[in-house]
Ligand binder design. Structure first.
Ligand SMILES: [Zn+2]
Length: 358
């Protein structure tokens, strides 16, 4: 009785242990990433800091890629872009703080650009690790994975966008139907700053939407199925049961009506919109003020003219008065002259007095 119970218990524990090994996550491989100093002036402290970040970020990302075994790869930490070999940065966007060379197991991080752009080192490291791990995950069919899926997945799993890309920037173009199709992004990922930022935003938004709608495991399955015979887009159609036009139409509908981006755009532009609304009132107030100033100027001019006329009339009246006064004086003097001569004649007065008293 005793021995069979022990035997059964041992058998049960062995069965549980074997099941655990089959379904549980593989142990993280912390020694696969070799972080080394690259070109330029980069301090050992910076390299050590990046080494710790890589070790931290690699564990959850390995789980995200189904715990698949990772081959050894290198992370080069460069001091600045200017000091890097020209052929290495040729084709890399000038505002990129890092990049991965797919198929060669190389990640290049530019410390000076991270500082200049204010990028979070952990976000940059996560982004580039996703590129490397996805490339290894789909090996040997890495070249069949479209760039938009690489960039979209890297931004979604990094929890941060590149080049300041925002879903909000897609609202207007999605509503008027001017966003490029994902097929055109697969054919040609843009290089010009304004277009590349939209392409990053579009890649992020579409992959995030697909992940919410169908799950990350479905997307990684599509990546695994993409090969010389099956395109990534074809695998996506097969896994979701919707063609690319239906998928992209539903995604654009989400941007315009479900993402809340239009409200965020409106809120972030509230001052500009307020100015547009207030502008007619300001114009009316300006017109009223100009009219009032013009009326005041007219009143002042009329008053000045009236004052000038009044002064002219007063001067005229004064001149006439003075002329009349002068004439009257002349006339008075003319009439008063004979009496004065009579009075002033003492001889005649004496004769008259002699005659009177006599
Ligand atoms: Zn990238």
């Amino acid at each position: 009785m005793f021995l069979p119970r022990i035997f059964l218990l041992t058998l049960f524990l062995a069965l549980v242990a074997s099941c655990g090994q089959a379904t549980g996550p593989k142990r993280p491989q912390l020694d696969v990433a070799h972080v080394v100093a690259g070109t330029g002036d980069v301090s050992p402290d910076v390299v050590e800091r990046i080494r710790k970040i890589v070790a931290t970020e690699l564990v959850p990302l390995q789980k995200a890629f189904d715990g698949k075994e990772v081959e050894r790869f290198f992370v080069h930490v460069h001091g600045s872009r200017d000091e890097m070999p020209e052929q290495l940065v040729a084709g890399v966007h000038k505002d990129s703080p890092g990049f991965a060379i797919l198929g060669r197991h190389q990640i290049h991080l530019i410390w000076g650009e991270m500082i200049r752009l204010g990028s979070k080192p952990a976000g940059v490291v996560r982004h580039e690790l996703v590129h490397e791990l996805l490339d290894q995950y789909v090996k040997p069919n890495g070249r069949h994975i479209p760039r938009w899926f690489h960039e979209g997945l890297a931004q979604v799993l990094a929890g941060d966008t590149y080049l300041g890309a925002r879903e909000d920037d897609l609202v207007w173009r999605a509503s008027v139907g001017s966003l490029p199709s994902m097929a055109s992004l697969r054919e040609r990922f843009p290089k010009a700053m304004s277009d590349v930022r939209t392409a990053y935003a579009q890649s992020f938004s579409y992959v995030a939407w697909l992940s919410r709608e169908y799950g990350m495991s479905t997307l990684l399955r599509c990546a695994r199925y993409a090969d010389r015979m099956t395109s990534f887009g074809g695998a996506l159609v097969g896994q979701t049961g919707r063609d690319s036009l239906q998928l992209e139409t539903a995604w654009k509908h989400y941007i315009v009506y479900g993402s809340g981006a239009p409200w965020r755009v409106m809120f972030s532009s509230w001052f500009s919109l307020l100015m547009i609304l207030v502008l007619p009132v300001l114009v009316l107030a300006l017109i009223r003020r100009l009219n009032a100033e013009e009326r005041a100027a007219r009143r002042i001019a009329a008053r000045t003219k009236a004052d000038a006329l009044a002064a002219e009339r007063a001067a005229q009246v004064r001149a006439e008065t003075e002329e009349e006064s002068a004439a009257w004086l002349r006339e008075s003097e003319a009439t008063a002259s004979p009496e004065s001569e009579e009075g002033d004649d003492p001889d005649r007065l004496r004769e008259d007095g002699g005659q009177g008293s006599g």
